[in-house]
Ligand binder design. Structure first.
Ligand code: MN
Length: 128
């Protein structure tokens, strides 16, 4: 089932690949290239899923996740961190920041949608 998915990612290649895969599977993608743009886009569109890069300019993904989860209108929207950070402590920090899960970069086009499927099946958040 088609979902509206907000992708917050500053790397062009990753953004294009992520968008391509999601749109190929029928989802609508909203692109944001930094954290502030991402938070604004989330407030304007109330997406059903947010994919969040952790390494972002100015405001990193941890701060973005914390800000999104602090907003009562957005708190129920699942956030999946997409990150090249692979250390155990980083994963804990990602979840502690409010992310519901994470996918490790590099993105594997063969398994990406499957990795997201559990989050795409979750009931929609507020306002959807
Ligand atoms: Mn990045």
């Amino acid at each position: 089932m088609a979902k509206t998915i907000l992708v917050i990612e500053d790397n062009q290649q990753n953004m294009y690949l992520t968008t391509f895969i999601l749109e190929k599977h029928g989802h609508e993608v909203i692109q944001a290239w930094d954290g502030r743009q991402g938070i604004e886009a989330a407030m304007q569109n109330t997406p059903e899923l947010i994919l969040l890069d952790i390494q972002l300019p100015e405001m990193d993904g941890y701060a973005v996740a914390a800000s999104l989860k602090a907003n009562p209108l957005l708190a129920k929207v699942p956030i999946v961190a997409v990150t090249s950070y692979a250390m155990a402590g980083d994963k804990e920090r990602i979840l502690a920041a409010g992310c519901n899960g994470y996918i490790e970069k590099p993105i594997n086009p063969e398994t990406f949608i499957e990795q997201l499927s559990i989050f795409l099946k979750q009931p929609a958040g507020e306002g959807a």
